[in-house]
Design a binder for this molecule. Structure first.
Ligand SMILES: Cc1cc2nc3c(=O)[nH]c(=O)nc-3n(C[C@H](O)[C@H](O)[C@H](O)COP(=O)(O)OP(=O)(O)OC[C@H]3O[C@@H](n4cnc5c(N)ncnc54)[C@H](O)[C@@H]3O)c2cc1C
Ligand code: SF4
Ligand code: SF4
Length: 239
């Protein structure tokens, strides 16, 4: 069974929890809100599947990796789309295509009070929530199983996330279902802890004496491409 001795050996992708047929693994937050697997040994049959699926395991199957990847540089044709996305809106161009073909798109959006979590979209309106970088580890609870079910139902699925999330999903889905799965991994230097974000929002609301109604981790339209400034709307006012 999976054992995390060093936190650096786990990205919280949920592949191990998703693959366990005995539901022996739950994802539990640490002090900063990062998710780690916790095994209920009374349910575990020691089948070893959770270790095999983990991208941090030495037996991780790399056979789907391209030996020599092709590289292209691209951006969306419409400047309006580029301004609404974090970078060149390639995610929007590809996800538009998938949705127009009747496919499903998964990406990082918000649940509850701006808690960053992966969600499922079947329309461009739902997909638009995934635009823009959210600099927080995204909650993937239940998402990998949902992706697999969509693939088993014959749907084409686009999943966008960090490279460690896409590698976990790739392995969890397996070779046969992989044919209808499009993976987009963003350029990523790492994700901050969810509780830092949660506590920062609480701090700002207390200071302001008002509730946050909108967040933007990087507002290109107001601060340009280079600035790394969050903007918040409190009951209608941008701060
Ligand atoms: C945690 C993080 C670290 C980053 N580090 C770097 C870096 O080191 N260097 C660099 O050049 N760029 C970095 N970026 C920026 C990132 O590569 C761009 O946001 C991305 O390229 C935007 O492309 P786009 O305009 O096509 O996407 P958009 O249309 O803006 O869509 C945003 C995409 O990012 C995904 N996404 C957003 N937040 C998260 C999240 N928390 N977890 C998983 N997926 C998420 C969405 O699902 C969507 O696919 C980082 C972004 C994030 C979220
Ligand atoms: S499969 Fe993912 S969540 Fe499970 S131990 Fe490996 S990296 Fe962590
Ligand atoms: S070894 Fe098998 S039964 Fe035990 S936690 Fe891992 S996947 Fe579940």
């Amino acid at each position: 069974m999976i054992r995390i001795n060093d936190p650096a050996d786990c990205c919280g992708c949920t592949a191990c929890a998703s693959i366990c047929n005995h539901n022996a693994i739950t994802m539990e937050p640490d002090a900063l809100g990062f998710s780690y697997p916790k095994v209920d040994e009374s349910k575990c049959t020691d089948c070893g599947l959770c270790e095999k699926v983990c991208a941090f395991n030495e037996h991780y199957d790399k056979s789907l990796n391209l030996p020599k990847p092709d590289a292209y540089a691209a951006r969306h044709k419409e400047m309006d789309e580029i301004m609404k996305s974090r970078s060149g809106a390639v995610f929007v161009a590809i996800s538009d295509y998938i949705l127009e073909q009747g496919g499903i798109v998964y990406g990082a959006g918000y649940k509850d009070h701006f808690r960053v979590a992966h969600k499922r979209a079947t329309t461009k309106e739902e997909r638009d929530e995934f635009r823009g970088s959210k600099y927080v580890q995204s909650d993937l609870t239940g998402v990998f199983r949902q992706v697999k079910q969509d693939l088993k139902n014959g749907l084409t699925v686009l999943f966008s996330g960090t490279p460690c999330q896409t590698s976990g999903l790739n392995r969890y889905v397996g070779k046969t279902l992989r044919e209808n799965l499009v993976l987009i991994d963003i350029v990523c230097h790492g994700v901050p802890g969810p509780y830092i974000w949660r506590d920062y929002l609480a701090y700002l609301e207390k200071k302001q004496g008002d509730t946050i109604t909108m967040v933007n981790f990087r507002d290109k339209e107001r601060f340009g491409w280079a600035a790394h400034k969050e903007t918040f709307t409190f009951g209608g006012d941008i701060k």
